[in-house]
Ligand binder design. Structure first.
Ligand code: DC
Length: 219
């Protein structure tokens, strides 16, 4: 049996946390596609490839090994990179990398393979629109830019990263702009996705609502 839950939305909407909780509670495999784009970006950096060098990127993509473990650890070509993929060097390049057609084609293929014959909850930007247009349940999770900036600022403080609210808000707005306006697979709500605004709701409330929707669909 294969049951696919697609969760799309912008950075800071709570997707990551909520997807993990729903997956754990329902026994679904949790797939963080953002981590996959981050791995490709990190591999490009590590190998010193320039974004214009399409042939080298193609070659790299043919060999790339991305492993998303159940405990949330991420392995790139056998090496644990869970923290490295979230560092600034990767953040600064990822929008450009995720615009590349060859990268999206490769990850699309991997994402579809990962779900074959399984119950999965997959989060990203184009899961309900491009990767699984026939997903059993589609959710578009949103929150206001101001609320998302507040959440990101709190996360940064917890990690000991110093940043101001204004800086974080500006960076979120820039990333939204890039993610929603790119030509290939832009971030947008699928027509048949359920829209949930998490701005004034707790993680627990949203998690429970999504579980309710999935259970109803499962019958
Ligand atoms: O979810 P995240 O913040 O880790 O994602 C990082 C970037 O990867 C995001 O800015 C856009 C890109 N991405 C994408 O283009 N498509 C996806 N399905 C997931 C992420």
């Amino acid at each position: 049996m294969e049951f696919v839950v697609a969760i799309d939305g912008p950075a800071g909407s709570g997707k990551g946390t909520i997807t993990k909780l729903v997956g754990e509670r329902l026994g679904f495999i949790n797939i963080d596609t953002g981590a996959m784009f981050r791995c490709v970006t990190l591999d490009i950096i590590k190998k010193g490839i320039k974004l214009e060098e399409e042939n080298k990127i193609k070659e790299m993509l043919e060999k790339i090994q991305i492993d998303l473990k159940e405990n949330g650890e991420v392995f790139l070509n056998g090496e644990e990179v869970s923290k490295t993929i979230r560092e600034n060097e990767v953040n600064n390049l990822i929008s450009q990398v995720s615009m590349m057609q060859i990268v999206r084609e490769k990850l699309l293929e991997l994402q579809r393979k990962m779900a074959q014959g399984k119950n999965v909850i997959m989060e990203g930007r184009d899961i309900g629109t491009v990767v699984f247009p026939n997903a059993d349940v589609k959710i578009y999770l949103d929150a206001s830019p101001e609320e998302r900036a507040k959440r990101r600022l709190k996360q940064n403080q917890e990690k000991g990263i110093s940043s101001s609210y204004e800086e974080v808000l500006e960076s979120i707005q820039k990333r939204d702009q890039k993610d929603t306006t790119r030509k290939i697979a832009p971030l947008k709500k699928a027509q048949d996705a359920i829209y949930i605004d998490s701005s004034n709701r707790t993680i627990e409330e949203v998690t429970k609502e999504i579980i309710r929707v999935i259970k109803k669909k499962e019958g």
